[in-house]
Structure formats: C-alpha cells, structure tokens
Write a protein that binds this ligand. Structure first.
Ligand SMILES: CC(=O)[C@@H](O)[C@H](O)COP(=O)(O)O
Ligand SMILES: NCC(=O)COP(=O)(O)O
Length: 241
C-alpha cells in the first residue's frame, strides 16, 4: 500500500473559525492513526490560520507513526522545526493572501536559501521533503539542494477544468515521478486529492506517500473521522508492486 499522510490542518480550521477548544487536532491525529494513517501531516502557517504552535508541540510526543511538519522556509519556522524535531519537514511556499498553497516551492529561484534550510534541518536529524510542482528543473534542483524527498503538488491535476487539462497534468506528474525516482528521491504527492480523483495518482508507479486533508475532513462530517480515514486508505492500492 502507498502510505497515507492524514493532514489535520482543517480540523484546526474549524476550531479557529470560532476560537473554541474543539475539534481537537490532537484527537484527530491519534484517532487517524488508529484508523490506519501512516503519518500525520500538519502545516504551521506563518499567519497561524489553522494549526497553532501548541498543537505541534502537543502532538509530536504522542504520535505512534510519524509527524510530517509543513512549513515555509523562514528562520522562525526552521527554528521551531529544529526544536520540535518531527521525523519529516516538508518545505512549502507560502503567501499570506492565498486561500491555500497555490503552487510548488521555487527551489531553483532560491537555491542557496533552500540548501541552507535543508542543511539546518538535516543537522537536527530531520528528513526534508520539498513541496514542488512536477517540473524537471525543480526536481533536479531539489536533488542538487540535498533533499532526499519531494512531494509533487497535485493541485493543478485536481483543479483541471476539462479532460485535456487533466491528461496534461497527469502526464506531467507521471514524468515528474519517474524523474524523481531516477534521481533516487522518495516521491510523495498531495494537494486537492479526494475520494474520486485519488486512485489515478495512487496507480502511478513510484509514488511512496500521499498527503490528504481537506477531503477527509469534509467526508468526516457525514461518515465520521475514522471511517473517512479508513475509506481513503482503502483507495491507496499500489499497482507497481
Ligand atoms: C502545503 C499543503 O498543500 C497543505 O498544507 C494543505 O494545502 C493544507 O494547508 P492549506 O490549505 O493551508 O494550504
Ligand atoms: N501537502 C498536501 C496536503 O498535506 C494535503 O492537502 P489537502 O488534501 O488539504 O489539499
């Protein structure tokens, strides 16, 4: 099976909407693990719109699987990551005004900055993933910068307006995964994946892990949290074994 990273950001979004104490991302993380999550993903945004520093600190020692902490390439975030020491950090681009993470990290355009960040995290014993678009020059740059993991942004595939656009995005992803694997990288993917579009990505040879959040939180409203996680996990059947 491909590994499922359950992203709990939007459990915290619901809480932050009213600044209540519920729903609790700690419970979401632990119950996702019980339901079959292979790891827990969470994004500490600079504007703290969903996950809070206290959530990251509370969840880290309680996880039985592993934590994949997504954060921007800033000194504040790198310091927090080095203090928390999650097993994985995924470096992502961030814009204050965006609704969600709109594109991949421009590794090529800020190569030295990203390389230094990777070195700092590696020195703290943290594996580093780069959240990038499925573009050859970015995948090459990720490997040269020292990352051992990439997560390919599937948002353009998820948002494709018609079949032609969808086929184009799938071809980009297929080529990107193959290039990443040739470079010896662990290749993950995620963003905008849901119960009806995930299987096409899961069927692609070379994918190690899919990180999925928004769709699982939305499904949980009707089916319950654990069932939503179990149903997503069941769709991640590896076809390249
Ligand atoms: C980087 C990424 O793709 C995830 O963090 C996901 O998008 C959920 O967070 P946002 O909706 O805040 O971007
Ligand atoms: N890195 C992508 C992720 O963690 C989940 O994104 P989404 O499913 O909430 O769009």
């Amino acid at each position: 099976m491909i590994e499922l990273g359950v992203n709990i950001d939007h459990v915290a979004t619901l809480r932050q909407q009213r600044y209540t104490s519920y729903p609790d991302p700690v419970q979401a993380a632990l119950r996702a693990e019980e339901a079959g999550a292979d790891l827990i993903t969470l994004h500490l945004r600079e504007d703290r719109r969903h996950i809070q520093d206290a959530d990251v600190a509370a969840i880290r020692p309680l996880l039985r699987t592993r934590m994949n902490l997504e954060c921007a390439v800033t000194s504040e975030m790198l310091d927090i990551a080095c203090q928390i020491r999650p097993q994985d950090v995924c470096l992502v681009p961030e814009k204050r005004a965006e609704l969600t993470t709109e594109g991949g990290l421009d590794v090529l355009g800020q190569f030295q900055h990203v390389r230094q960040a990777i070195n700092q995290l590696h020195d703290a014993g943290i594996r580093v993933s780069l959240f990038i678009d499925p573009e050859a020059d970015q995948i090459d740059a990720a490997q040269r910068a020292g990352a051992t993991v990439i997560e390919l942004h599937t948002g353009a595939y998820a948002d494709a307006a018609d079949q032609a656009a969808c086929d184009f995005e799938l071809a980009r992803l297929r080529t990107g995964i193959a290039l990443g694997v040739r470079h010896g990288l662990r290749v993950n993917a995620g963003h905008g994946l849901h119960y009806d579009n995930v299987q096409t990505i899961a069927a692609m040879p070379g994918i190690a892990e899919l990180n999925i959040g928004h769709a699982i939180v939305a499904r949980a409203v009707f089916d319950g949290w654990e069932q939503a996680v179990r149903d997503m996990k069941a769709l991640l059947v590896r076809r390249d074994a």
